[in-house]
Design a protein around this ligand. Structure first.
Ligand SMILES: [Zn+2]
Length: 193
């Protein structure tokens, strides 16, 4: 599958095709129009992060040949949209099904978002575990936070919630405990090394 993705090419004003991404589209992936009688297929262009996500998404088309995947990408080949609302209370491992989408890109994007709830991939390529992700959320930090941001945020929150700094008010104790635990976990995490 990997050979479908080529090296970086000058974007020349092309933007990444990923929804809401403003990065230059420098990496090519198969497009919605497959190669066929009517000539060469079209391409999608992505930034590095999103060509990786797109590539990873391809691996989830389990059991399909690359030709079948390309065919499935064509709107003419009848991927019928099943309307199905995602339950907001669905478990974090409850990933949307491919069949829920007409557009594979939309499906990949939604599945990636779903996986991000569990863990995640940083821009630097480091993987963040579900526990680390929860710890980051507890500290209100983004997934790409570095060690400096982690320490800054930690000392800020400790000051905010510490009873010594709140005239002995212990009402923030549970929150402080959560902050300390989150920090202890993250400071040992590989992604923040
Ligand atoms: Zn992008």
């Amino acid at each position: 599958m990997h050979d479908r993705f080529h090296g970086r090419r000058e974007a020349k004003g092309r933007l990444c095709n990923w929804p809401d991404c403003e990065e230059p589209g420098e990496f090519r992936a198969p497009g919605v129009q497959p190669s066929g009688f009517d000539g060469p297929g079209s391409y999608r262009w992505f930034c590095l992060e999103h060509v990786r996500a797109f590539n990873a998404g391809y691996d989830y088309f389990a059991g399909m040949t690359s030709d079948e995947i390309l065919r499935a990408q064509s709107p003419l080949h009848g991927w019928e949209r099943e309307t199905r609302a995602f339950s907001p209370t669905a478990g974090v491992h409850d990933t949307p099904r491919w069949a829920d989408f007409t557009d594979p890109l939309e499906a990949i994007s939604a599945r990636a978002r779903s996986r991000m709830k569990a863990g995640g991939l940083r821009q630097d390529g480091r993987v963040v575990s579900p526990d680390e992700r929860r710890a980051l959320d507890a500290l209100g930090l983004p997934i790409d936070a570095d060690r400096r941001a982690l320490r800054t945020r930690y000392s800020e929150l400790v000051r905010r919630y510490h009873p010594d700094r709140n005239g002995g008010d212990r009402s923030h104790e549970a929150r402080l405990q959560g902050v300390v635990e989150a920090y202890q976990l993250l400071r040992k995490a590989v992604a923040f090394g």
